[in-house]
Design a protein around this ligand. Structure first.
Ligand SMILES: Cc1cc2nc3c(=O)[nH]c(=O)nc-3n(C[C@H](O)[C@H](O)[C@H](O)COP(=O)(O)OP(=O)(O)OC[C@H]3O[C@@H](n4cnc5c(N)ncnc54)[C@H](O)[C@@H]3O)c2cc1C
Length: 375
C-alpha cells in the first residue's frame, strides 16, 4: 500500500521534506506537492533583485523540473484545509490523504501599517522589483530601513539591506548626500548571537548607518514622507525600505490549525494537534526564527517521523532548532552565524567573521539546495 501525502507549499520546508521522502520511500509514496506559483526562489534573492545584482528571471527555479519517484507537483491555489478529514480543496481539485504537511510560510499584511501601501517594502518579490526602479532615483536625502512588526523572516535581512544600500550609494557616488537609518524591534541585530550583533553594530558605525533598536514602524505618512515609530518619533524619509507585518495565510487561519496567529506544533515530531497533520517552517510558532534553514531543519524531523510511523520503526531524531544563516556585510563580504535554539538552556549563536570565502559558501548553500530539490 502506498502512503498518500499532501504537502501544502513548495518552499524551503515543503521541498526539503518532499526530497527526503522521495529518496527514502519513493517506491511506496504517493505524494502530491501543491503550490500556487510555477517557480521557487530563495528569500535572499530579493536582495539581489532589489539592488540590481540579478534579474527576476535569473532567480526563478521552475517546479516543472521536479522529477522524483512517488512525487507529483500541482500548481494550484489551496482554498480550504480540513485537518480532521485530511482533505484539501484547491482551485482545481479536492484531495484526501493519509498524512498532511502544512508548509505554507508567512504572508505579509501590508495594510496593518497605515501608509505602507503607498511607500515601499522589499519582502515580496513585487516589492523588491519596484525598489530596483526606485533606488537609482535616490541620490540625496534620508533612507529608512524599517521593520513594521515581529516576528519577521530572516532577522539579519534588515541589517543586510542597510549595508547593501550603503554600498550601492557609495558606488553611485552619492553616499555623502544621504543618511541611512535602520529600525528594528530587537535590542540587538541578532539577539542569540552577541558576537554577530557586535560585528554588525561596528559595521553600521564605520559606515555612518544610524541604528535604532527596540522600535517598530507604526505608520507611514506618505504625504509628509515620515515614518512614525511606536514611541511617536517621526523619521523623515525620501526612500523607505519596509519589512511588513507577517501573518499566516488566510486559508491556514480559517482551518482551525492556528492559535494566536500561527500553528503550534510539538518539537519532537512537528505534529499539530490533529492526528497525522504536520506543520513546518514559517507558518508555525515552534520557537525558531522564520528562516529557510529552520524550515529545512523542521522538514528533516517531520520526514523522519512520517517515515518511522509508516515503516513501524521508531524516530529518535530530536529537533535542536539549529541552523546557519549567511549575512551580507557589503564590500563583497558575507558573514555567518551558526545558531542553536533548543539544545542548551537558552539560544546561542557562533559568529564567523565576514569574508570573501563565505561568499562562496553562501553560493554553495543555494546551489546545493537547488540540486537536491530540483535535479
Ligand atoms: C529578504 C529576505 C531574505 C532572506 N534571507 C534568508 C537567508 O539568507 N537564509 C534563510 O534561511 N532564510 C532567509 N529568508 C527567509 C526564508 O525565505 C523563509 O523563511 C523560508 O522561505 C520559509 O520557508 P517555508 O517553507 O516555511 O515557507 P516558504 O518558503 O515561504 O514557502 C511557502 C510556500 O507556500 C505557498 N503558498 C502559500 N499559500 C498558498 C496557497 N493558498 N496555495 C498554494 N500555495 C501557497 C507559497 O507560494 C510558497 O511557495 C529571507 C527572507 C527574505 C524576505
Amino acid at each position: 500500500m502506498k502512503l498518500r501525502i499532501l504537502v501544502l507549499g513548495a518552499g524551503f520546508g515543503g521541498l526539503e521534506l518532499t526530497s527526503i521522502l522521495s529518496e527514502t520511500i519513493g517506491d511506496r509514496l504517493d505524494l502530491t506537492l501543491i503550490d500556487q506559483n510555477d517557480s521557487f526562489y530563495f528569500g535572499f534573492s530579493k536582495l539581489d533583485v532589489m539592488f540590481g545584482r540579478k534579474s527576476t528571471d535569473a532567480i526563478m527555479i521552475p517546479y516543472k523540473s521536479i522529477e522524483k519517484p512517488g512525487v507529483q507537483f500541482r500548481q494550484e491555489t489551496i482554498l480550504e484545509i480540513d485537518p480532521l478529514k485530511k482533505c484539501v480543496k484547491t482551485s482545481r481539485a479536492t484531495y484526501e490523504a493519509d498524512v498532511l504537511v502544512v508548509a505554507m510560510g508567512a504572508n505579509y499584511d501590508i495594510n496593518a501599517t497605515p501608509g505602507l501601501a503607498e511607500a515601499n517594502e522589499y519582502y515580496s518579490l513585487a516589492g523588491a522589483e519596484k525598489l530596483r526602479e526606485a533606488i537609482p532615483a535616490f541620490t540625496k536625502g534620508h533612507a529608512v530601513v524599517g521593520v513594521c512588526g515581529a516576528p519577521f523572516k530572516c532577522p539579519p535581512a534588515p541589517s543586510e539591506a542597510a549595508l547593501m544600500l550603503h554600498d550601492y550609494l557609495v558606488r553611485a557616488g552619492v553616499r555623502d548626500a544621504c543618511t541611512i537609518s535602520l529600525v528594528i524591534p530587537y535590542a540587538s541585530p541578532i539577539p542569540p548571537s552577541p558576537d554577530s550583533s557586535k560585528a554588525l553594530i561596528k559595521a553600521f558605525e564605520e559606515r555612518g548607518i544610524k541604528f535604532i533598536p527596540q522600535r517598530k514602524v507604526r505608520s507611514i505618512d506618505p504625504s509628509a514622507k515620515t515614518a512614525v515609530l511606536d514611541d511617536g518619533t517621526e523619521l523623515p524619509f525620501d526612500l523607505f525600505l519596509g519589512i511588513p507585518k507577517h501573518v499566516a495565510p488566510d486559508v491556514v487561519l480559517q482551518s482551525g490549525l492556528a492559535e494566536n496567529g500561527w500553528i503550534p506544533v510539538d518539537k519532537d515530531h512537528l505534529l499539530t494537534k490533529f492526528a497525522n497533520v504536520y506543520a513546518i517552517g514559517d507558518v508555525t510558532s515552534v520557537g525558531t526564527p522564520k528562516a529557510g534553514v529552520f524550515a529545512e531543519g523542521a522538514a528533516k524531523i517531520a520526514a523522519t517521523s512520517i517515515i518511522a510511523a509508516f515503516t513501524g520503526s521508531e524516530s529518535h531524531a530530536t529537533y535542536t532548532g539549529a541552523g546557519s544563516c549567511y549575512i551580507e556585510f557589503g564590500e563583497g563580504k558575507v558573514g555567518r552565524v551558526d545558531v542553536d535554539f533548543f539544545s542548551g538552556p537558552k539560544p546561542f549563536g557562533i559568529h564567523q567573521e565576514a569574508s570573501e570565502m563565505l561568499v562562496e559558501a553562501k553560493e554553495y548553500f543555494g546551489s546545493s539546495r537547488k540540486k537536491r530539490w530540483f535535479e
